[in-house]
Write a protein that binds this ligand. Structure first.
Ligand SMILES: *Cc1c(COP(=O)(O)O)cnc(C)c1O
Length: 370
């Protein structure tokens, strides 16, 4: 049997590179609470994301949850059910009510044609998701948000290093959350960041991620503990040196998948958009069971038997989770429901060998082309 192929594999710097990076931590004996490594990473990331400042966190979820808290929102927040659990949980854990908008058929981001009809006097914000690094229709979102005086906080967990016409995705909305989890294109083991040009937001987040402490004697916010530690930041500094090389290698795998799978009736790949620089974070494939004799689950099963572990990502939909199903109806987001039942994310990571991509595609073609 071949070695296991997982859907992703964390990027790792050379062992000695990380050791060199953490040596300073022994010298300073400063392990967390916004130390030198934290500050260095913060500075480098604000350069890369083209924003005046970023706030760093222990993970992406806490970054999003505390950002929503910082805006002191109330009532309803519009988001999509086609995302990771974190997006909706962050809204609900702030005592806000999520309202689910359907997604677009071609790039799985929020469908702005259906968005405005969901706005009520109670709506205070929109949390769109740049799914698989596909950029939302930001101009339309901003126009609607402006008209109805809504905040826009992006879940940009998938969109690190993604650009449109030379503009980094971090430029859009009131704030954008990035995840630096081990499975993401760029990681700090666990970690996350918020990019925003709002000065007050970074000051408030600094406090909220450190228990709401303002100074030694004043605690005036009900904060949490969501700080990024020095070992995480050191991993980030190492991984950042190799990020463009990593993305380039991912592109090679993505191009190879496209060579094999593009144009096969019943197989749908993400459209490559003009002017968009992708990070090749995921390689989603939609299997149209009306045009094929096999469905997504059959492909997932067959690849699993070959020791290749793909992911039904995103399935199930968030509005079908056991914790939300009693309150929501997935039939109200029909496109999301259909995509969730037919999508499969194929393995993609920098060190993925191209002949493994060939092999995966051969198995898929053997199933669908008959
Ligand atoms: C990974 C991810 C998150 C959460 O990030 P963590 O760093 O794992 O907490 C949120 N939203 C989406 C879409 C994600 O993929």
């Amino acid at each position: 049997m071949r070695d296991k192929i997982m859907v992703t594999q964390s990027s790792m710097p050379e062992f000695d590179e990380y050791v060199d990076e953490i040596r300073d931590i022994w010298d300073s004996v400063w392990l967390t609470n916004m130390g030198t490594k934290h500050r260095q990473l913060q500075k480098q990331l604000s350069g890369l994301l083209q924003v005046p400042e970023v706030s760093l966190f222990c993970n992406g979820h806490m970054a999003l949850e505390l950002t929503l808290q910082a805006f002191e929102l109330s009532g309803q927040v519009i988001t999509t059910p086609y995302s990771f659990a974190s997006t909706t949980h962050a809204i609900v854990r702030n005592n806000l009510t999520p309202v689910f908008c359907d997604i677009r058929e071609d790039d799985y981001t929020i469908d702005i044609e259906k968005l405005e009809a969901l706005i009520t006097p109670k709506t205070t914000a929109i949390v769109p998701v740049h799914v698989y690094g596909n950029i939302c229709d930001n101009d339309a979102i901003m126009e609607i948000a402006h008209k109805h005086r809504l905040k826009v906080i992006y879940d940009a967990a998938h969109a690190f290093c993604v650009e449109q016409n030379g503009v980094n995705v971090a430029a859009y909305g009131d704030a954008s959350m990035f995840s630096f989890h081990a499975t993401k294109v760029f990681h700090t083991i666990e970690g996350g960041a918020v990019a925003s040009s709002e000065d007050w937001l970074h000051r408030k987040l600094y406090q909220l991620k450190n228990f709401g402490i303002q100074n030694e004697e004043v605690v005036d916010e009900i904060g949490a503990n969501a700080k990024m530690n020095e070992f995480q930041a050191a991993m980030g500094l190492c991984n950042l040196r190799h990020i463009y090389d990593q993305i380039h290698k991912r592109k090679r795998a993505a191009d190879r998948y496209r060579q094999h799978l593009e144009g096969i009736p019943g197989i749908k790949l993400c459209r490559e958009k003009e002017g968009v620089k992708s990070n090749y974070a995921y390689f989603p494939v939609v299997f149209d069971s009306e045009l094929l004799t096999v469905d997504r689950d059959a492909v997932w099963q067959k690849l699993k038997e070959e020791n290749i572990f793909t992911r039904k990502y995103f399935y199930p939909l968030i509005n079908e989770f056991a914790c939300y199903r009693p309150i929501y109806n997935a039939a109200e987001t029909p496109v999301a429901k259909k995509v969730a039942s037919s999508v499969l994310c194929l393995p993609i990571y920098a060190e993925l060998e191209l002949d493994v991509v060939d092999e995966i595609c051969k198995i898929i073609k053997g199933m669908v082309l008959r």
